[in-house]
Design a protein. Sequence first.
Length: 181
Amino acid sequence: MTRGPIRILKPNVTRDEALRTFSSGGFSGLYWRLRSGPLQRIADVYVQYFLFHVKCGDARPHLFAIDSVDGSLDLFEFPRIPQGPEVLSFEARNRIPASLSEASAAELLREKVLRVIFQQGFFKLRDARLEIIPASCELYLPYWLGFYERGGAVRCRVMDAVRRRIEGAKASAFFEHWLAA
């Protein structure tokens, strides 16, 4: 595992808030406890993302971030490269470094952006050419993991610490795969 400080997008969820969410008595929390057992512990994890400027035809450019592990997590869109008080720099033990090349990540991003364009009605689009330019910025995004255990089987529930939302099965599988490796 790599050592040294990393640049992290400042989380919007504290440890206590994450713990309350994972322990909540709502329908989702109850479902997880019935299915996977009681909450055992939580941990913060940081995933490296690549940032790209994406320009579609004559439209203004957008700044997207795609996870650099396998490109399967949800995209982030930023108005500009995060800096100053939006980022923290510190030593993080639970970090997932890049396993994709920047070129592979750009190709996955192209597919995801085209899918979004077509879902929004590509008939409105005059020019579907995408120009994807890497942004020179190393950035990790924070997640909270809740670990539930029943009968020796441990399940992982994921909270996006920037968007303040519980992620679905795809994110749980992503982190469970990383933990098993």
